[in-house]
Design a protein. Sequence first.
Length: 474
Amino acid sequence: MNKEEKLLWKKIANFRFDDPTEDYGFAVKLSYENNWTIKFTEDAIIEYKKFMFLAAISNNIVSPSHIIDIVWHLHLTFSDSYQKFCNFLGKNIKHIPSTGKSSERKTLKNAVDFTSKQYEKYFDEKNELIWKVKSFEDVIQTNKTSSFLSKLSATDIILAGVLLFIPSIYLWKPILMKIPNPEFLYIAMGAFIVCMVLVDILINASVKEAFKSLIEKNQYIKELKADEAFILANNSLDSLVINKLNNLFENDHLEVSEENEKSLKLRKKEKTNDHYENVILSYIEESPDDSLKVLLTEVTHKPLLKKLSNISETIKNKVLKSKEVIEYKITVSVIFFIIYSFLGARLVLGLSREKPVTYLVFLIIGILLVSYMYLKDIYTKKFRQKFLPVIDNYNLETDRYLLGDITNEQVILATGLTALMINNSLRQKEKKSYWSNTTDSWSTCSSCSTHSCSSCSSCSSCSSCSSCGGCGGD
């Protein structure tokens, strides 16, 4: 670069597209509408500035990448900012979209080649990802499984299990006919416990391997900001907002309103260095009478915070579609099919032989409920357990609450503490806790001690369980 070009690039590099304190400014809108992380958004803007510099100093047509074109399109909608930017460039840069005609292909290719040569001439380092990918999702690289397995849905797996259940009855029959009633219940419960332990080990291993692969292959995952990492692991915007509220209380920016102890008011009007805290302060200033519940609802729907959830979902969906998770899911499904077919076959055989099956039905319902409660949020829990420590190993910039979340989950305590403090007014200097203990009474079958065969096999010497339900066997 000559002296004039260096001066021009310095102006462009320092140019701000909007007020950085705005709730929905240029960078926030760009990130929100495209599900980009903060770092990816920053890099895309830098590459856009470099591209516009090349457009300003070149007499030939220059061609942007897909990502840079997205930034350019949005900047055009900020007309005042774009016009000011062009004034900085000393040239009115017009956006001429391609029509896709075959006659334009050669012109476009020449523009792409010229842009690449000019870039190498004026800039040392090129962000290859910004110039190659079409979306942030393309940036997130994971190990891919076969197309057949990747297309399998939960419905497909359940349907396959239903179709395989009938032949499994005949496979289990020789074994089940040899197992008497009391022993079957113990065997079934023991097998289920072993099954759950094995499933937990497999899911734990799958998430660990998937995240290890994710971190090793993706620079932008390593460079997640503290708040982005928190939402990815915690999946709760409410928790993030409450932690920000804690910080604001501790730094004397907020206090409980004297008129209404369920609402907050500002003690200081100056902004903080945290963009998310400033969103909260702006909302409280505009709506001082709103309760904490309303504040949480409104603030978490702000684009600045909503984009954190969108990014989190994008990354999680990529992980869930990775080779490690999908293949382990198939293995887990097979394990559950074995235990469910074992119990289901016993039930069918018991009903076909007109044997009592009440206990067996209760056992099956209990196992189904336990399985559902375990599986419904297991991946969220594993994300929380595995992701944050891995990110921390890469020296992610973290603040106090994020470090607490990694080490001993103090964020949960902070959440509860904040709600308690607000509801009971922070003006109290002494806090008292009142605890009441209640004793649950449990009733047992006293007749088991005196009647040898009047109730069930678990409390008598009779092995058939026929008088109180049974479990489908002899």
